[in-house]
Design a protein around this ligand. Structure first.
Ligand SMILES: C[S@@+](CC[C@H](N)C(=O)[O-])C[C@H]1O[C@@H](n2cnc3c(N)ncnc32)[C@H](O)[C@@H]1O
Length: 223
């Protein structure tokens, strides 16, 4: 999905603004550690992800990080951090709102008093606009990435990701994955966060504050 330096810089800016004294950070659904890699010079970092394969790559990419195989809806590490992150629409991978709320509770549980939970969401508007668009493709080196987002029913936006990896001459090896995503109304998310956290802020990088036209919203929640 490309270099995550810009996103990591934005997240670092949010942490600096809200919690400049923060020194420890846990990322839920850290994937290959693409964001942790850029935050590691500033914080003592840890990551958790459901996928062993993702964690294997993260070990190589961010050797400084402590990594855990865990589901973000039930993770329990027995320790707390100044910041808990869950970004790049990872929470949209959870298909039921109860699972989102379980993740909010897990994040809160892993925060020191006064610590911050920061996560982002793809909005309903963004997922429907992806469904309406045609598939898109991009070469990276000799390999081709094709992404199509279709209507999976029940409010699900189904991402079909195909990678044609160059094998030899004109032969390619195909790897394909289907990833369902779901979005919920911003007001519903906000209400649920207000019940759990002392204070909540919402940001849209493209405008001064989130509106019904927002595509991605970052929530910053203080324990
Ligand atoms: C879009 S990637 C984001 C990776 C990383 N946060 C980043 O910004 O580059 C989504 C990640 O969520 C993980 N994931 C999906 N469901 C999960 C769950 N229930 N608990 C923990 N991780 C999960 C996937 O394995 C994948 O690594």
């Amino acid at each position: 999905m490309g270099d995550r330096a810009e996103h990591a810089k934005f997240l670092h800016g949010l942490i600096q603004k809200h919690h400049p004294e923060a020194t420890t950070l846990l990322e839920l659904a850290c994937g290959t550690g693409a964001v942790l890699k850029h935050l590691q010079p500033h914080y003592e970092v840890a990551g958790a992800d459901l996928s062993d394969k993702m964690l294997e790559l993260a070990t190589q990419k961010v050797p400084q990080a402590r990594l855990f195989q865990a589901d973000m809806t039930s993770v329990s590490l027995g320790e707390s951090f100044d910041v808990v992150l869950c970004v790049f629409d990872s929470i949209n991978h959870l298909l039921k709102f109860e699972q989102w709320e379980a993740t909010f509770d897990r994040a809160r549980e892993h925060l020191n008093d006064g610590g911050f939970f920061i996560f982002d969401v793809n909005t309903e508007r963004k997922l429907s606009s992806f469904v309406a668009e045609r598939a898109w493709s991009q070469w990276f080196g000799d390999n081709l990435l094709v992404i199509d987002v279709s209507d999976g029913g029940d409010g699900i936006a189904l991402w079909t990701i195909r990678i044609f990896e160059h094998f030899q001459d004109s032969e390619y090896r195909l790897t394909s994955a289907d990833i369902p995503e779901v979005a919920f109304p911003i007001d519903r998310i906000r209400t649920s966060l207000d019940e759990r956290f002392a204070r909540v802020w919402a940001y849209d990088t493209e405008r001064s504050r989130p509106t019904s036209r927002s595509d991605r919203v970052h929530f910053v929640c203080r324990r």
